[in-house]
Write a protein that binds this ligand. Structure first.
Ligand code: PLP
Length: 409
């Protein structure tokens, strides 16, 4: 998304209004060049070590996005059998896919392993089962809960003591007992701290815990530090200095590898960092209500399409693409769902008129993938712009889609 000389926004030279004309409103649009840039930024920051990116695809599972990732050398982290299938459909070999479950039925883990994926074991009972089932015949990673609190807000922290994720580092003795009992081949230690982490410091803190834990596991090949890199949410936002973060973590990792006696791979599983900024949700203003208390801008979308503001109070910068140079006014931008459905409160926007197209930034991660049919609303289409070409990568839903699982029509 770029501002052109005449103050119009464009995606690789394409006017968003044209996309709305062609594909209808609302519409998700992804800019492939942003995804490519973010991937190379990360690769560059860690170029001094053996680093692998495992895209946490729950952020955006459109097959075209997955294929783009595959094309540029990014592997996958999945959290469900459905995501594993999508990864394979996008052309991934199962052995390029890591399955990081959270308390799932063991038959799902079994299916993923039989498929050839590698699993991040996230509980002692699962480890015990894994040992009984496979002994030393299949490798696995262990998801450690380091008891470190970090991240943008409480709902997106995943490694503090009260978090449900992973096996507490305090249970190390128990882990070792089970591993020894079944001679389980642990090839990696994993942790994922949370989301919207800006600085290297929380990563270093958990890395040190994993490095310390690693001393007890002689067969390691991988240290997986998870995802969670913060992205830019508005112009001028403070963001992760990826070069600095890469240098700092790489240095620490090299020292660890020397101590460990072998060169390991360092894995990351970013979701948001790779796709958030690539995405734009376009919607059309349906009504502008000049209420005595507030000016409300109503649009033809809602929390059924983008739930992040209502779910975690997340900020999405909004552009009035139809009137970028209008006089600034203050609005509450609200959705059409019959439920509190607020995208933004007291937001200054260039004057909004009925029919104006609004663009919601940072809609590439946890946008469509968290969408629903609440209020019997249809999900929008998705378009990927890559190499200067816009391509429809998911059609808009129809009433038939909405009804297809009902059995008593
Ligand atoms: C969701 C998730 C991620 C990605 O988190 P982001 O904040 O989107 O980078 C990484 N690893 C695991 C295990 C996850 O569940």
């Amino acid at each position: 998304m770029q501002l052109t000389e005449n103050q119009q926004y464009s995606i690789q030279g394409i006017d968003p209004a044209e996309l709305i004309n062609q594909y209808g409103s609302p519409l998700y649009v992804y800019d492939g060049s942003t995804i490519r840039r973010k991937v190379s930024e990360l690769q560059h920051a860690f170029s001094g070590i053996n680093m692998k990116i495992k895209y946490a695809c729950k952020a955006n599972t459109n097959l075209s996005v997955l294929r783009l990732m595959r094309e540029i050398g990014v592997e996958l982290d999945v959290v469900s059998p459905g995501e594993l299938e999508m990864g394979k459909l996008a052309g991934y070999e199962a052995n390029q896919i890591t399955f990081t479950p959270s308390g799932v039925p063991f038959h799902e883990v079994k299916a993923a392993i039989e498929d050839g994926a590698i699993v991040n074991v996230d509980s002692i009972p699962l480890l015990e089962w894994f040992g009984q089932e496979y002994g030393s015949s299949k490798p696995c990673l262990i998801r450690i809960k380091p008891n470190v609190a970090a991240g943008g807000n409480a709902k997106i922290m995943t490694a503090h003591a009260d978090s449900k994720f992973g096996i507490s580092v305090l249970l190390l003795d128990e882990i070792l007992e089970v591993v020894k009992k079944y001679d389980i081949k642990i090839i990696g230690l994993h942790q994922h701290t949370g989301s919207d982490i800006k600085d290297a410091e929380p990563f270093l803190k958990v890395a040190d815990i994993l490095f310390e834990t690693a001393k007890h596991f002689p067969d390691l090949e991988i240290i997986d530090l998870g995802g969670g890199f913060k992205v830019s949410y508005m112009p001028g936002d403070s963001i992760t200095d990826m070069e600095l973060l890469g240098r700092t973590i790489s240095e620490r990792f090299k020292t660890f590898c020397q101590e460990y006696g072998r060169e390991l791979q360092l894995w990351f599983e970013p979701g948001k960092f790779l796709v958030s900024e690539s995405g734009l949700l376009l919607a059309t203003t349906t009504v502008v209500k000049e209420d005595p208390a507030r000016n409300f801008v109503h649009i033809d979308s809602g929390l059924n399409h983008l739930i992040r503001p209502m779910m975690y109070g997340s900020y999405h910068h909004i552009l009035n693409l139809s009137n970028p140079e209008g006089e600034l006014k203050t609005y509450n931008v609200v959705g059409y769902i019959c439920e509190t459905d607020t995208f933004a409160s007291d937001r200054e926007l260039p004057q909004v008129r009925k029919g104006d197209i609004l663009g919601f930034l940072n809609a590439g991660a946890y946008g469509f993938s968290m969408s629903s049919n609440y209020n019997a609303r249809l999900r929008p289409a998705e378009v990927l712009v890559d190499n200067g070409q816009a391509k429809l990568v998911r059609r808009r839903e129809t009433l038939e889609d909405l009804l297809k699982t009902q059995t008593d029509l």
